[in-house]
Design a protein around this ligand. Structure first.
Ligand SMILES: CC(C)(COP(=O)(O)OP(=O)(O)OC[C@H]1O[C@@H](n2cnc3c(N)ncnc32)[C@H](O)[C@@H]1OP(=O)(O)O)[C@@H](O)C(=O)NCCC(=O)NCCS
Length: 143
């Protein structure tokens, strides 16, 4: 089940974030700041009262942006990432956004392939996005 995330979910979200990302992950303070921002879309996927994944998106002018999407490693390949992404895209469409963008580390091929399978395209490579030598692809999809 997908539901809106609240600041009570902060610990669980940070736990998943730590399991999913290494150095280039967001701090707890930053995730709290994102969750508190009512203009963002923050949602979790919950199974048996446990959070298995989350997504946070922001909206600016005509563009939605996926700030973070992560599924607990034990719960991957079950369609949870897809459900979370769909829910953010639906929200963006309701808000009349024209497109949705994101950045993903260029060596994170699991995520790049996931987005390609969801009809996102690679717009370009941003050199050193996550630090020196750590590039990211900018990807997007028209809504
Ligand atoms: C990317 C991520 C969110 C995908 O979540 P998930 O729940 O495993 O994805 P889903 O099960 O919804 O995948 C749906 C479809 O995407 C595609 N897909 C997912 N992972 C893929 C991979 N590694 N290679 C190719 N296609 C993939 C498949 O078509 C899959 O459908 P299937 O069930 O027929 O295989 C997850 O791997 C993750 O949390 N990764 C670490 C964090 C991260 O990289 N986040 C994104 C950074 S912006």
């Amino acid at each position: 089940m997908i539901r809106t995330a609240t600041i009570q979910d902060l610990d669980e979200i940070c736990r998943i974030e730590k399991l999913c990302f290494k150095k280039e992950r967001y701090s707890e303070e930053f995730i709290l700041y994102l969750l508190e921002n009512q203009n963002n879309y923050s949602a979790v996927f919950e199974e048996n009262k446990k959070i298995a994944g989350y997504i946070i998106a922001s909206f600016h002018k005509n563009t939605a942006r996926i700030i973070s999407l992560a599924v607990h490693p034990a719960h991957r390949k079950k369609g949870i990432g897809e459900k979370l992404l769909n829910s953010a895209e639906e929200k963006a469409k309701k808000l009349k956004m024209k497109n949705i963008t994101l950045e993903v580390a260029k060596e994170n091929m699991d995520a790049v392939n996931f987005y390609l399978s969801k009809r996102y395209k690679i717009d370009g490579l941003i050199k050193d996005y996550y630090g020196i030598g750590k590039g990211a692809y900018r990807m997007s999809k028209n809504l």
